[in-house]
Ligand binder design. Structure first.
Ligand SMILES: CC(C)(COP(=O)(O)OP(=O)(O)OC[C@H]1O[C@@H](n2cnc3c(N)ncnc32)[C@H](O)[C@@H]1OP(=O)(O)O)[C@@H](O)C(=O)NCCC(=O)NCCS
Length: 238
């Protein structure tokens, strides 16, 4: 068996090879971080990964083998998770997996985003173009503040929160772990969004939302939880 070629200095593994990865590409290039491998479960995307020359890895087993073969941990390889949507819990799970393999979470801030000097971003956060993170805001690991979204002063975001494009969190908003704020939604000052909540695109949230709520509209109202009859068989224990 031939030895794997040495990894370039500053090499990065990107998990996800679709649109979100493309949005991270300019920031990785500006930082001079070459993408050595891309994890993409959809084999149809393998031939057109957004990072030419990167090694395609199809699943977690392939990642483990690549890390072992290349000595990625000793080489200081970092990673970023290009997984948008309402997938904050999965991003945190993958961070645990990759940190366990010895890789390092990368924090990415686009050069046309603004992050206040007094804000605190935990490792693995992504701040995309034209996004703003205000004074004394605190973001947990693996948060995404997407294009043109804003997280204003003294907001508190748990881990794995996604603030989708154009959404606005007014001052002193609290968002629980793995919650997602849909595109162009607005959260009024001092409101608390519970863990795992999904706020629909364009909603205006005027009151606290309990954990796990999906809320839509202006003002936002909870969507009814799916009934047992409507749930898929696996959710009914079949
Ligand atoms: C809230 C959301 C998660 C609900 O998705 P869902 O559970 O699949 O819900 P459905 O599409 O079945 O819609 C359920 C009902 O809510 C309504 N609804 C869904 N999203 C809505 C929204 N954003 N605003 C107002 N009403 C909405 C639907 O019209 C439907 O109403 P009806 O039963 O009277 O026909 C989704 O619609 C949404 O807004 N996602 C955000 C997407 C986004 O911002 N993506 C950016 C990617 S970076």
């Amino acid at each position: 068996m031939t030895a794997a070629p040495p990894l370039p200095a500053g090499a990065v593994l990107v998990w996800g090879g679709a649109g979100h990865a493309k949005m991270l590409r300019p920031t990785l290039a500006r930082l001079g971080r070459p993408v050595a491998a891309v994890v993409e479960r959809d084999a149809s995307r393998a031939a057109a990964l957004p990072f030419p020359g990167a090694r395609w890895l199809a699943d977690e087993a392939a990642v483990r083998a690549w890390v072992a073969d290349t000595g990625a941990a000793a080489a200081g390889v970092a990673f970023t998770l290009a997984i948008g949507g309402h997938n904050g819990a999965e991003r945190c799970r993958l961070e645990d997996l990759l940190v366990g393999l010895g890789l390092q979470p990368l924090t990415l801030v686009h050069d046309r985003a603004w992050v206040a000097d007094t804000a605190a971003l935990a490792p693995g956060c992504q701040i995309l173009p034209m996004a703003a993170v205000g004074e004394e805001a605190v973001l947990g690991r693996q948060c995404i503040v997407n294009t043109n979204a804003s997280v204003d002063h003294e907001c508190r975001l748990g881990e794995g929160v996604h603030v989708m494009p154009g959404a606005t969190l007014a001052g002193c908003v609290t968002v629980g772990d793995h919650a997602t704020i849909g595109s162009n939604a607005t959260i009024l000052p001092r409101v608390t969004i519970g863990a795992g909540c999904m706020v629909g695109a364009g909603a205006v949230v005027t009151h606290d939302l309990p954990p796990g709520t999906t809320a839509v509209g202006v003002p936002a109202r909870p969507l009814p939880a799916p009934s047992a009859a409507a749930a898929p068989p696996s959710a009914q224990g079949a």
